[in-house]
Design a binder for this molecule. Structure first.
Ligand SMILES: [Zn+2]
Length: 462
């Protein structure tokens, strides 16, 4: 079988030849089946999905929503509203998010990151020690347990991780740098949650904390993490800018943001047209519109903040006594960095920047499913092609096991191909294989539509 994704039509003949020896007539089912194939019992059938195409709701109200990613995600049933700023993540969204986490994990492992999981409940005592219990106002979600103890639902974990490091005794220089990260649900009591997953009160964040013995080493680690973040966004095919940023209430001496330029973005960015200087407007002293590096003209652009990095110095290690022992056996406070990626925000921001107004487009790597196969309408002239398409499904699944989990058979054969194609287009599968009129040709032809955001030939198997 050859499935080159660049052309529109591909012959089914090679496929049929390959199958000839393995296809037989099943008396019981009164149709052709493959002898050795037990896969068809496990075909991933769209009609069984807990998904909006099977749960059509009134969409007229949703069409008013101005934020594109929020509108598209609601219309496609990828998210469902719960409380202000809180959403149910439906199965397709979770699939995409789990893939996104894998993309992030890969780059974190490549620089020596190790995954941990910290409690969501953070004691007030830790936050009082750092001074942030009072510094951060009503954005911090606070609660009290039955014993009257105060806690917050962690929006970030500098206090918790530094306390953990301190409690383990001092770090040895042999271990350094230590890079610990987690991907967990975070909380922020936004005054005005809006734009779906772009600005919620509950969201997923990847937060990384690094520990070094010296300032120079910490700066090296900082650069290492920044380049890993660049790789994540490049792998996703997202147009990003890294800008200088203010450290805010996190603190530290050096800070950058990773921004996806978009009209809906809430940050104003200044980018120099003469050099590579770019900054968040909030960190510029004046709005004179001149680049501080080359005096060139600054261009304004709105952006969605999807990542933030901070070189912290000893701000937290000095509070919690997190120490390292250097190669001269001397004790020193750990030089720290902290780094965040807004996981659920990246998901929505990617849709925001890649999609046209009326259909979702994903970065290929994280599309919930890669291939949707659409068989003919029941009772149509092309109906006899259905068995060929099912065989194609099994053939792909068998030939490329990695893709087996990525196939969807849109078996709602009471609907026309056109209607199902519209749904497929809306959900943004990178590839759609249609069993249309050409299946009656000799040789029979499937139609392959490439909906992906980047031209890519990723399935070529003979
Ligand atoms: Zn400049």
């Amino acid at each position: 079988m050859s499935l080159k994704m660049d052309g529109l039509f591909r012959t089914g003949r090679t496929l049929l030849t390959n199958l000839t020896n393995r296809v037989g007539w099943c008396q019981k089912e009164q149709r052709c089946i493959r002898f050795y194939c037990s896969l068809h019992a496990k075909r991933n059938r769209l009609s069984r999905h807990f998904q909006s195409v099977n749960l059509r709701t009134d969409v007229t109200a949703l069409e008013e929503i101005k934020c594109k990613s929020q509108r598209l995600m609601l219309l496609a049933g990828l998210i469902s509203p719960a409380n202000p700023g809180c959403y149910y993540y439906m199965p397709y969204t979770l699939r995409a998010m789990e893939k996104l986490i894998k993309v992030i994990d890969k780059e974190m492992h490549a620089i020596g990151g190790q995954k941990v999981n910290m409690p969501t409940l953070n004691s007030a005592a830790l936050w009082r020690a750092s001074g942030r219990w009072d510094l951060i106002g009503s954005e911090l979600l606070r609660l009290r347990d039955r014993h009257g103890q105060e806690y917050c639902l962690g929006p970030t974990h500098e206090e918790a991780i530094t306390n953990l490091i301190a409690s383990q005794g001092c770090l040895s220089y042999k271990q350094l740098p230590v890079l610990l990260y987690q991907v967990t649900r975070k909380f922020r009591d936004e005054p005005k949650p809006c734009f779906g997953l772009l600005r919620g009160r509950e969201f997923y964040m990847k937060d990384l904390y690094t520990f070094d013995a010296t300032q120079e080493a910490a700066l090296q680690t900082y650069d290492l993490v920044c380049s890993a973040y660049c790789k994540v966004f490049r792998n996703l095919g997202l147009p990003f800018v890294k800008v200088r940023a203010a450290a805010g209430n996190i603190g530290g001496t050096l800070s950058h943001e990773f921004q996806l330029p978009a009209e809906i973005g809430e940050d104003m960015l200044l980018m120099c047209q003469g050099c590579d200087f770019s900054a968040n407007m909030e960190m510029m002293d004046s709005k004179e519109g001149q680049c501080p590096v080359c005096q060139g003209k600054l261009m304004e652009k709105k952006g969605i903040e999807v990542g933030h990095t901070f070189l912290l110095g000893t701000k937290y290690s000095s509070v919690f006594k997190a120490n390292v022992r250097n190669s001269q056996n001397e004790l020193a406070l750990a030089e720290m960095g902290c780094y965040g990626l807004g996981v659920s925000r990246i998901l929505a921001a990617a849709i925001e920047v890649l999609s046209p107004e009326d259909a979702i487009r994903w970065p290929n790597l994280i599309a919930p499913y890669q291939i949707c196969l659409i068989p003919p309408k029941k009772g149509s002239k092309e109906d006899k092609g259905a068995v060929l398409l099912e065989d194609l499904y099994d053939c792909i699944a068998e030939a490329v096991p990695d893709i087996q989990e990525e196939l969807v058979l849109d078996d709602r054969t009471d609907l026309t191909i056109g209607k199902r194609l519209k749904d497929a287009n809306k959900l943004g599968y990178p590839y759609v294989i249609i069993c249309g009129k050409k299946i009656l040709d000799e040789p029979p032809l499937f139609e392959i539509q490439n909906q992906s955001t980047e031209p890519q030939e990723w399935c070529d198997h003979s």
